[in-house]
Design a protein around this ligand. Sequence first.
Ligand code: HEC
Ligand code: HEC
Length: 338
Amino acid sequence: MHRFSVYLFACLILAACNKGKVEVFQDPMALEIPPHFPQPHYNFDGNELSEEKIELGRKLFYDEFLSRDNTVSCASCHHQAAAFSDPGQALSVGVEGRLGKRNSPPLFNLAWHPSFMWDGGINHIEIMPLAPLTDPQEMDITVPDLLQKLNSNLQYRYLFEKAFGVSTISDYELFLALAQFMGTMVSGYSKYDRYISGNVDFSSDEKDGLLLFRDHCATCHQEPLFTDFDFHNNGLDSVFLDNGRYLITLIQSDKGKFKTPSLRNIELTYPYMHDGRFSSLHEVLEHYQSGVQHSPTLSPLLEHGISLTNDDVEKIITFLLTLTDYAFINNPKYSSPD
Ligand code: HEC
Ligand code: HEC
């Protein structure tokens, strides 16, 4: 054997061994956690990530077949280009043009959420899809009907078999697959994130805006996820059309409280608030400056509104625009599979 080929042979063996090692020790798939994020609330325990399962979740998310009359998919109200919110729609439209009761929130960093919905009425990502699937204003299908549809579809039978090794599809696998796709949608690469990791600088207005934000807003819209995941009344109304958190807890002091929304990608997710009442960030800031309505459950932080000059408002908005994550909205991993 030539010297060269001995060398080559040795390299090949080494490469093969290394490859073997990597395959044995490497976590096959892990949630990608931006370095400055805390640990997620949901870590896929009992729902180990796999490419097949995530892909299946993605297909389900984008498929109108999941609704009663094959007209509405999750993506009908959650658009990637708008960080999976429903831009321009105060309330979203479900089957037969039925109008929902609340504004569609964006979807990202869901693995960090301890609860879901504006009122926190759902406490686990693995049961989350049950609500939109069965809501008459959204997809309006019963679980048995949906399972019957899926089980009579050869392509889904094949994909569930490949991902979960089951020959009959149950709601268990359906929810796990959707949880894998939703739970792995991570938005943590905006200009703000790159600034925090020291990779890019802020303009002086952006820096001022961040400091003003930290002074006036960050108690509730806490960095780095821009929410404390708690429920507050931020003074939208003195008489509530929607009682929010109270509908879940039936505790008087929860009336008119809603989950603090994340402000990541806020530029894209208009209109704003649980009922989509404000169409621009200027309107939102005007509300905090001079529109706060008093009621017994108003957050003490907002008792006197938030005192901001017009220049402060412009700077805060300039800062909020750094939270748009173009990598997220353009990531092909989250786009429609068709
Ligand atoms: C007809 C529009 C519509 C459809 C279809 C729809 N959603 Fe939603 N989604 C909403 C609205 C509106 C809310 C807020 C509801 C509330 O708070 O009461 C919401 C809330 C959510 C939330 C909670 C987010 C948070 O921040 O708490 C998740 C997760 C979600 N939807 C996922 C899905 C999935 C998965 C599907 C498909 C199975 C789906 N949605 C279908 C409109 C829709
Ligand atoms: C007392 C806690 C609290 C403080 C302080 C606060 N917010 Fe909020 N914010 C909330 C809550 C709760 C909501 C959702 C209210 C609802 O929809 O009923 C909200 C909603 C918003 C929304 C709309 C988000 C969406 O997706 O619809 C924006 C934008 C916003 N706040 C920005 C700010 C800014 C900027 C400041 C500081 C000037 C601020 N907030 C201060 C709690 C707070």
